[in-house]
Design a protein around this ligand. Sequence first.
Ligand code: PMP
Length: 385
Amino acid sequence: MLYFDHNATTPPAPAVLAAMLPVFSDVWANPSSQHAPGQAAKRTLGAARTTVARALGCKPAEVIFTSGATESNHLAVRGLRDAAPVGRRRVVFGSVEHAGHLKLARALSDAGTPVSYLPVHADGTLDLRAAGELIGPDVALVSLMAANNETGVCMPVAEVAALAHAAGAPLHVDATQLIGKLPFDFARFGADAVSLSAHKFHGPKGVGALLLRQGVPWAPQTRGSQERARRGGTENLPGIVGLAAALDALGSASAMVAEAERLAALRDALERGLAQALPALHVWSQHAPRLPGTSYLRIGDLQAEVVLNRLERLGIAASSGAACSSGGSEPSHVLSAMGVPRDDALCAVRLSLGRTTTAQDVDFVVAMLPPLLMACSPFSPPPEP
Ligand code: PMP
């Protein structure tokens, strides 16, 4: 199987498994216990926290371990909203946030919280002028993603931080797709709270963190004594050790830049090669600032499921931009926000490259996919078998 779905999740790195296994077998005591095994677990937790803080450019006390980005996003938004001064009630979300995060936005709105959405341009980049108009003195917080999981488009975090801070509001950033793909430094990032998930950068699933700048008013949501009383519940120590090991394995900032350049070159070769063989190819956000390994495309009017079926036959795992549920498909909300017509959006296929992707993998897709698709010319779905 050739894996072209690194934005969905990534395979755990060998160093991550090696770091986690002894924690399962040997360091299983509760870090809150006073006895010797508990204290050993507490030291392991502290060491992992220090590693995470060093890798992400924050203080150890600014790290809150969670079950992943979904929980971090909820904690950030509800925690910052609940701590906002009286008179600041409105929450501003990006319009192309992760689907789970937009569900939170809808839930807040249904419960009476005023909610606004930051629009994007046709190429998926943020409309900063509109952001300037929407972020005002009644805002409790702004919540924006750093990079989009479908298009890969990177958002202007520093500019939005300046707008939020000028309005007296904190900024939360969902950096789930950015961290691990490009160098990241919390101290210079501009956001007050940042979400991340370990499995997006070769760590384990079900563990992540919320980085919360010291001194930012925030109200805990899950009560308990752990994580300095900011997130209750016995810590997922093997997962946290795996998260730390995954960050460690990413290497230095310059090593990450080199990997990003390698991936961007592979992604460009993939898009160039497919475009040569398939003139009907359209790549969304191709000229916008985007993540190095993300390619979001449609091939004429070929439905996503047809392309994915051909990819599957070639042993290639990729994904569509549509949310499929019980037989029906809804076009991607990201493409809808970019003004893409429904019929085009239902043709969206995402190929996301990562550390395990090689030039041979890309050559294979470029050589094998077009002939299979030409066989279903004139680009209409084949009859049912
Ligand atoms: N935010 C973004 C931008 C994501 O891509 C994802 C995962 N697809 C999430 C949040 C949620 O991450 P998790 O499922 O690990 O909680």
